[in-house]
Design a protein around this ligand. Structure first.
Ligand code: COA
Length: 262
């Protein structure tokens, strides 16, 4: 998957989704200082409130890269960005730099995810974008994962034998990404959406797809999904609603940060 560096200078074009991905081991001391300078006082307070250094690092990397990437897309200083959340907890850009749009959630949409030592930040021209990353070693019983899946997905897992666990993680990350895109989080009813995994269609599929969607969430064909490994230990999924074909532009955070001035 190619990455076009200039994409961040103008924000995502129509039909583009930018995904930055990385691990907290890139937080060398000088990088840590640089990224901490991006956080707002509220974000810094949230960061400090985590009991474990690992969680503080995940928060720092996710929120600083979110600010740097959105700031570069919008042509404003990362520190000048303001954010708010809707009642379900979905974050969105707010503030005067969105001049010309008084509508909450207008402007670039974004989503972030952290798991283990991995972080992903997605940016699109629409608020209806979500990303999820999960550590495959996470010890979640299959039965617990099945509780939030659609009946069709549970049936697929039951027939999957030894492949059940990797398929469960694939469904799980797609569901989380979709749930973030629509802003529902855990309140997304299991059977309001189900997914078709890549490679599982009758003739094989190149990408995952929405197999079934409740009418109030739009047309299944308007939803585009992406799924890939982040190294051997993590799985990433992203979802976006767009009325046109979508180009996914993935970029390691090291590369993005190397081209971004503080
Ligand atoms: C909050 C939730 C949206 C994702 O949580 P998660 O996978 O544990 O955590 P992630 O790191 O991937 O994502 C957290 C980020 O999602 C975003 N988020 C939170 N609520 C959101 C919502 N309603 N809509 C969109 N994004 C949301 C926030 O940016 C949050 O990070 P922040 O608080 O640092 O800003 C929700 O789905 C959840 O709590 N899931 C728990 C895990 C689970 O049981 N999943 C089963 C799915 S099969």
């Amino acid at each position: 998957m190619g990455a076009r560096d200039g994409a961040f200078d103008h924000g995502p074009a129509s039909g583009e989704v930018l995904i930055l991905h990385g691990f907290t081991d890139l937080l060398a001391p000088d990088m840590r200082v640089r990224l901490m300078a991006c956080l707002s006082p509220e974000e810094e307070a949230r960061r400090r409130a985590f009991a474990f250094p690992r969680d503080r690092d995940l928060f720092l990397l996710a929120h600083a890269v979110k600010r740097l990437a959105l700031g570069r897309c919008l042509g404003v200083d990362p520190q000048d960005l303001a954010f708010a959340r809707d009642p379900s907890g979905k974050p969105f850009l707010a503030g005067p730099f969105l001049a010309g749009s008084s509508q909450a959630g207008a402007g670039p949409g974004f989503s972030l995810s952290h798991s283990g030592t991995a972080v992903a930040v997605a940016i699109a021209g629409t608020p209806l974008v979500g990303v999820d990353v999960e550590a495959l070693a996470r010890e979640v019983p299959l039965e617990a994962m099945a509780m939030i899946m659609a009946d069709a997905e549970v049936a697929d897992l039951s027939a999957a034998g030894a492949a059940a666990r990797p398929r469960a993680f694939a469904y799980w990350t797609l569901r989380e990404a979709f749930a973030k895109a629509v802003g529902l989080g855990l309140s997304l009813p299991p059977n309001d959406v189900s997914f078709q995994l890549a490679g599982s269609g009758p003739a094989g599929q190149e990408t995952p797809a929405v197999a079934h969607l409740a009418g109030h969430l739009g047309a299944a064909g308007d939803w585009h999904l992406h799924q890939c490994d982040l190294g051997p230990d993590y799985l990433l999924a992203a979802a976006v609603r767009a009325p046109c074909p979508v180009v996914w532009r993935l970029m390691p955070m090291e590369r993005f940060l190397a081209g971004t001035t503080p």
